[in-house]
Each structure stands twice: as C-alpha cells, then as structure tokens.
Design a protein around this ligand. Structure first.
Ligand code: GDP
Ligand code: MG
Length: 306
C-alpha cells in the first residue's frame, strides 16, 4: 500500500464546457458517488475513480459555475474556500471556442490560488477544432492563467486522451492510502446526493430569500420498470412565509427548482428521473436535533484516517 496514491481533484470550468461528460467518461457508467456531509465545507463529490494503485476523488467547486451568479467578490471567496485541501485543480475549457469573459475571470481566480496546488488545463472538445486552430486557441487559454499550468488536449465525448489525463492527475497527487473504502463507493449514496442537489437548486433559485432554512428529505427513491428513477422528496422550511416563497406564484418557483434539480440528478446518475417535490413547514428544524436527524443530517466518519 506504500505506493498507493490518493487525492482530491477540483474540477472547474464555466457551464457547458463538458465537466459532467468528462466525469462520466472517466468513471465509466458507474457513478461512484459518496455521501455529501452537510456539516463540513460544501464540497460535492462528483465521483471517485479507484484502481489498484490510485484513488482520484473528483469534487465540484461551488460558486464558480452557477449560471445565475456573476463571479463577484463573494463568490470568489467561496470558490477559493472550496479549493482548500484539494491536491490538483483541473480547469476544463471548451477548445472549440475562444476564451470568454467568464473564462478570463476563472483564470484570474486561479492565479490567486496557492502555487503548491498543481493546475491542469484540460482543453476539451478537440474533436470540434481543426488542428491548425488548436494551438493558437490553447495559447489564448494559457495566457489567461499562471504559467506552470500543464495542458492536456481531450475529447470527453470521444474518449480521446483520457488515459493521458488520468495519468497526469495521478502523477500529481501524493502517496497516501485511499480516502474512501471500496464499499463506500456505491450508488446507495445517490440518494443522499439527490437530496443535496435538490437543496442546492432551492438555494440557487431563491438566492438569499430563504437562507439555509431549507432541508430536504427523500421519501421515496425507486427505479421503475422502464429504467426511470422515481424520487419523491419533501422540502422543509422553517416558516409559513417561506413556504409561499418556495412555491412561488402559480407554483412557478417550485417548478423551476424541480426542473433544475431533476436535470442535475439525471446528469449525476445518467438516467431519466421523475421528481415529485412537496413543501412542508417544520418550525425551527435547524435547532431541533431530532428534526435534523429525520432529515438525514449526520456526520459520516471515515473509517480510515491518514
Ligand atoms: P458541463 O455544464 O460543464 O457539465 O457540460 P456538459 O458535460 O453538460 O456538456 C455540455 C455539452 O457539451 C453537452 O452537449 C456535451 O455532449 C458536449 N460535450 C462535452 N464534451 C464534449 C466533447 O469532447 N466534444 C463535443 N463535441 N461535445 C462535448
Ligand atoms: Mg454539469
């Protein structure tokens, strides 16, 4: 076990560059999701790739690619915090287009991250770029970010150079025993992540109107005969007034939240989802330990420490 490598890889990139596609391609069909821990830093695990000799834990970077927010000062800070403790930063860009303003903002954010965290610039969608354009395109992206970034040219949909990318990532993480046990990596955690995605969709859509007073409980999580995943969930709020906001005029807010959450859950699991959401008031649930337990908030301890 002495030569085992394990580490956290933060994936970031603006929407639509192919982050989900890449993670799914790297992990194969099996979505290896691990339960998020609500009490700790919000770092969503996207998937875990384990082999005989390494474990790569891919994590999301909240605050960088939420389409509804600008990358303002506050979000920059949130994003910076979410990079704490990661071993490699993987910045995914869409090589089929020139760097956008958003790419430049991410680039400048990355220039402010600690130098000891290696940076990999993965240029995705190379299948769409004529070879004569590719190098100039890459230079334009490289120019936005610190010099020592290592560049890999990939196509997530065609699976091109993904081995090379994996090898590079593995070479950049430390020798260390695996963070997660093999048996922990099962899709039973999909359920917990679904709850987290629903909660996130609430927070994104509501902005600051119902701050953190939202809890989510999964009531039913079942695969239907047609392969579709049926999820029924209850969203808890602390006050009646919040319930109104959450439902919105003519149910519009709930609908927006539901469709965003459904899309994210489908992306995670790679299958169609039917999502049935309801809202309930549970007074001051955040101060009520039993209520929190009922909502599934618990601290999950790692078996192995390093
Ligand atoms: P995300 O928002 O960063 O998670 O991006 P997605 O993974 O959802 O991908 C956005 C779109 O880009 C989807 O339609 C993907 O099929 C497409 N896409 C992702 N990677 C590639 C690629 O390597 N080549 C091409 N041609 N399309 C890609
Ligand atoms: Mg995505």
């Amino acid at each position: 076990m002495n030569d085992f490598r394990s580490g956290f890889i933060a994936i970031l990139g603006r929407p639509n560059v192919g982050k989900s596609t890449l993670v799914n391609a790297l992990l194969g069909q099996k979505v290896a999701a691990v339960s998020p821990k609500p009490q700790t830093t919000r770092k969503r695990q996207l998937g875990i790739l384990t082999s005989d000799s390494y474990q790569l834990v891919f994590v999301d970077t909240p605050g960088i690619h939420s389409p509804r927010h600008k990358l303002g000062q506050f979000l920059n800070q949130e994003a910076q915090e979410s990079l704490e403790g990661v071993d490699v930063i993987l910045w995914l860009v869409d090589a089929s287009v020139k760097p956008t303003e958003e790419d430049r903002q991410i680039g400048s954010l990355l220039n402010g991250t600690p130098r000891r965290i290696p940076l990999v610039l993965a240029a995705n969608k190379i299948d769409l770029v004529p070879p004569e354009t590719l190098e100039a395109r890459l230079e334009a992206y490289q120019a936005t970010v610190r010099k020592e970034a290592q560049v890999v040219r990939i196509s997530a949909t065609q699976g091109r150079n993904l081995d090379e990318l994996t090898e590079l990532l593995v070479s950049l993480i430390p020798f260390r025993p695996p963070e997660f046990d093999e048996e922990q990596i099962t899709d039973s955690y999909e359920r917990d992540i679904a709850a987290d995605l629903i909660r996130e969709a609430c927070l994104l859509n509501l902005r600051d109107e119902v701050p953190h007073g939202v809890g989510v409980r999964i009531d039913e999580f079942a695969e239907r005969e047609n392969g579709m995943l049926y999820i029924a969930a209850t969203v808890f709020v602390e006050r009646t007034s919040q319930k109104g906001i959450l439902i919105g005029e003519g149910g519009r807010m709930m609908k927006a939240i539901g469709s965003q959450a459904r899309k994210e859950i489908e992306e995670m699991g790679g299958r169609a989802v039917y999502l049935d959401l309801r809202v309930k008031v549970l007074k001051d649930w955040r101060n009520d330990e039993n209520a929190m337990l009922r909502l599934g908030y618990k601290i999950k301890r790692k078996k192995k420490s390093r």
